[in-house]
Design a protein around this ligand. Structure first.
Ligand code: HCA
Ligand code: CU
Length: 380
């Protein structure tokens, strides 16, 4: 799984999110933030989608970003002719190969698909531009059809082939098997695109890399068609566990929060409470037993180190599950002096009130301060 690359599609797949509307300025701001974070590629909406989409694509190509700029088109010469004039570094071509899409969407057979793929690929290559060929709905396509078309496009020299779980139906085992099989018939890199309808988008991305894929499509917060695709932040959480040195050295992980806030604001959603890394409680420990262990050594109950992401862990001590170690750490923060026995005594008071009603930090602090004050007041 080392050496993987990221294709961020916030400005393509993400534009297909129900709430998304990015004006030129916002697209540029997002592209710069992604570039600064360190994504390898930034994928943009097709220049034939609309007049402004084409202008925005040209404007982003002119920014001189480190990331390579891609646009995404149908497997059609009309689209390809426009795409190669935008200034992009690469073109991602896609066509539906499943019987559903062949029957109900474009209505073309596999021979036609192969013929137009070869024409488009050779044309884009002749302009010195990178080219990726992907099937759409790969997991509901006929395997023999798929392998044949990938073999054909690999032979004429595409930079990458892509598989797309367009409907989010695939599970990790199926992904692993398809990638292994595909790897045995093509020599180019393999890119993957996973929708999250059944909650497998991060797991599928990870198993794809294990199987030998090299590139993963992501978007900020996973925004995309329906409930979206593999999220950038969530994939980073998965990958820092698998390849810590590579991930830490390649990506500016402490920027994830800013990028997510930028995109969340732009599309008017909140960061989900249970988001990996940036969910408000992602590094909050609550139960007394957990708090005690975390205070002794954070690795006991943490697989991710919040500091890698410019975040802090928090010990939630104002509740009835709390324990005296968590309260002791609060007492220290308040700069008060209590013996362990005294802390145990005050912890009992806190838990007692916590059984009656929800507590906040102020409640706990008042109990601790009152207890401390009583101790230092001489008895009359
Ligand atoms: C779509 C197409 C796509 C393409 C993926 C890709 C999909 O919006 O329907 O080109 O890698 O999910 O199949 O996003
Ligand atoms: Cu998609």
């Amino acid at each position: 799984v080392k050496n993987f690359q990221l294709i961020d599609s916030t400005l393509r797949e993400g534009e297909q999110f129900a709430n998304a509307f990015f004006d030129t300025e916002k697209k540029i701001e997002i592209a710069r933030a992604l570039d600064d974070f360190g994504v390898d590629y930034i994928e943009l909406t097709s220049p034939v989608a609309s007049e402004q989409s084409r202008k925005d694509c040209e404007a982003i190509c002119k920014l001189g970003l480190k990331a390579k700029i891609l646009t995404h088109i149908r497997c059609h010469m009309d689209d390809a002719r426009v795409a190669v004039e935008t200034g992009v570094d690469g073109v991602d071509v896609v066509i539906g190969t499943s019987k559903f899409l062949r029957q109900y969407s474009h209505g073309k057979d596999m021979n036609y698909i192969a013929k137009s793929a070869v024409e488009v690929i050779e044309f884009v290559k002749s302009k010195g531009i990178e080219i990726r060929f992907s099937s759409e709905d790969s997991f509901r396509s006929d395997l023999v059809d798929l392998l044949n078309i990938y073999k054909t496009v690999d032979k004429i020299g595409v930079n990458r082939v892509g598989i797309a779980d367009t409907v989010g139906c695939a599970n990790p085992r199926q992904v692993y098997e398809l990638i292994r099989t595909l790897k045995s018939v093509v020599s180019c890199d393999i890119e993957c695109h996973f929708h999250n309808d059944t909650g497998c988008a991060i797991a599928n991305a990870y198993t794809a890399l294990e199987g030998g894929a090299r590139l993963i499509d992501v978007s900020v917060l996973g925004i995309g068609e329906r409930n979206g695709i593999t999220p950038l932040g969530g994939l980073m959480a998965r990958m820092i566990v698998a390849a810590p040195d590579y991930v830490r050295s390649k990506y500016k992980l402490h920027k994830i929060r800013d990028i997510e806030n930028l995109v969340a604001d732009a599309v008017e959603v909140n960061i989900p409470f249970n988001n990996p890394i940036t969910g408000f409680c992602a590094f909050t420990h609550k139960a007394g037993i957990h708090a005690k262990a975390i205070l002794a050594n954070p690795s006991t109950y943490e697989i991710l180190d919040p500091h890698d992401f410019g975040m802090k862990r928090y010990i939630h001590f104002a509740n009835r599950l709390t324990g005296w170690n968590a309260i002791k750490s609060r007492v220290d923060q308040l700069n008060l002096n209590l013996t362990d026995d005294q802390i145990k005594e005050v912890t009992a008071k806190i838990k007692k009130l916590g059984d009656v009603r929800p507590l906040n930090i102020d409640d706990v602090d008042s109990i601790i301060k009152d207890f401390h004050a009583e101790l230092s007041t001489p008895l009359l």
